[in-house]
Write a protein that binds this ligand. Structure first.
Ligand code: TMP
Length: 208
């Protein structure tokens, strides 16, 4: 039995979701609510090693099928080792990406059928679904500008073309319309403070 709330943050690279996740964590801390911050791929020692393999530019020969199964392997470990135990302790879990990212990137982006992805994911996560998801939507041009301004080298996923990210963005928007009660769609070109306020309001409704 899971008791806490499982809140995920999604969007294309450069959308600002990680900044918003950190703000949401500050908000929970200020209210004295027990929470855990984590991310995908990653979150446990094993899953962080898998993350390094997936994102390394040295692995340019990686097949899409291998990439997909590595994301799911990292998730299987993460869910059972870290997320489910935290939820069972009643914590609010804030997770940077989850299965919607697989649907958007490997489904809409790489072209894998969503049914196949949902079946594989169901095996990996033992039925766990986010309580609520915040989707930060932004144009691919703005996201690319932001990523360039950070000055850091693009990882293997970030090195994909604008056309790929356009498909991923459209995929996320399609998921938001088909799961409108779970996914809150936020226009990510708004100010950091405005977005943080909206996220706080929704989290407050969820946990009260
Ligand atoms: P991050 O940079 O937001 O931490 O995410 C790492 C990259 O992995 C990002 O480009 C999105 C991608 N990704 C997928 O393609 N599929 C997935 O299932 C997940 C969780 C992430």
């Amino acid at each position: 039995m899971t008791q806490g709330a499982f809140i995920t943050f999604e969007g294309i690279d450069g959308c600002g979701k990680s900044t918003q996740l950190a703000k949401a964590a500050d908000y929970l801390a200020s209210r004295g609510i027990e929470y855990m911050v984590t991310r995908e791929p990653g979150g446990t020692a094993i899953s962080e090693k898998i993350r390094d393999i997936i994102l390394s530019n040295k692995n340019s020969e990686m097949k899409n099928s291998c990439e997909l199964l590595l994301y799911l392997a990292a998730r299987a470990q993460h869910v059972s080792e870290k997320i489910l135990p935290a939820l069972e302790e009643g914590k609010v879990v804030l997770c940077d990406r989850f299965h919607d990212a697989t649907l958007a990137y490997q489904g809409f982006g790489r072209g894998y059928p969503l049914d196949t992805l949902n079946n594989l994911n169901a095996f990996a996560v033992s039925g766990l679904e986010p309580t609520q998801t915040f989707l930060f939507d932004i144009t691919v041009d703005i996201a690319f500008d932001r990523l360039q301004k950070t000055g850091s080298t693009a990882d293997r996923l970030e090195s994909n073309s604008r056309a790929f990210f356009q498909k991923v963005r459209e995929g996320y928007l399609s998921l938001a319309s088909s799961h409108s009660s779970r996914i809150t769609l936020l226009p990510a070109e708004k100010s950091i403070e405005e977005l943080a306020q909206k996220v706080q309001e929704d989290i407050s409704d969820l946990i009260n």
